[in-house]
Design a protein around this ligand. Structure first.
Ligand SMILES: [Zn+2]
Length: 187
């Protein structure tokens, strides 16, 4: 996995455009939480579920089906204001971004994107992100600094760039003469 400190960067990157589109701020915060939910599957390791199992790490909770079902279920449960489709899409993309970051890492087993239909574990062809150790003690004692440095380059800098670009775009379009759009997002 990428570390749980960096997955929420995906929600930050998408926030300006989705907030402008009417997704409320509390759903953006919920989206940040959604980015780390798939890694709750590590609990299974303590229960004896093997890493490569359907319910193992990077298994079912890392599938695109889980991301879609989770996003839709949250919207049905919370009933946020604004477009249900926009809210569900945002939460889906936040949850789905997790497997994208994981598939860019350089270690562990691959990601079961298409489980339960296809249990093959996949990586993307390019793996610049240093994989994060699973245990907190391992993270603190050994690899942590190197992992965070790698994530700063490959996750946080691109995410901040997209956040800035989205903010600038929203302001630009909203400021255009005759624009009907009101920027809901305030940086
Ligand atoms: Zn993961």
């Amino acid at each position: 996995m990428a570390s749980i400190l960096s997955h929420p960067a995906a929600a930050l990157a998408m926030a300006p455009l989705f907030e402008w589109g009417g997704v409320p701020r509390r759903i953006v915060w919920l989206g940040a939480w959604c980015t780390i939910v798939p890694d709750f599957d590590v609990i299974g390791l303590a229960w004896g579920i093997s890493y490569g199992d359907l319910f193992g790490h990077r298994g079912l909770t890392h599938s695109l089906l889980f991301a879609a079902a989770f996003g839709i279920a949250l919207v049905m449960l919370i009933k946020p204001p604004g477009s249900r489709a926009a809210n569900a899409l945002f939460l889906f993309l936040c949850t789905a971004s997790h497997r994208l970051f994981d598939a860019l890492t350089d270690g562990g087993l691959g990601i079961a994107f298409f489980t339960p239909f296809d249990e093959t574990r996949y990586f993307l062809p390019w793996n610049p992100i240093r994989v994060s150790p699973i245990g907190l003690s391992e993270f603190i004692s050994s690899e942590g600094a190197a992992v965070l440095a790698s994530e700063a380059i490959w996750i946080w800098i691109p995410a901040l760039a997209l956040f800035s670009l989205g903010t600038a775009l929203v302001r630009h379009v909203a400021a255009a003469p005759g624009s009907r759009w009101t920027p809901r997002f305030r940086a």
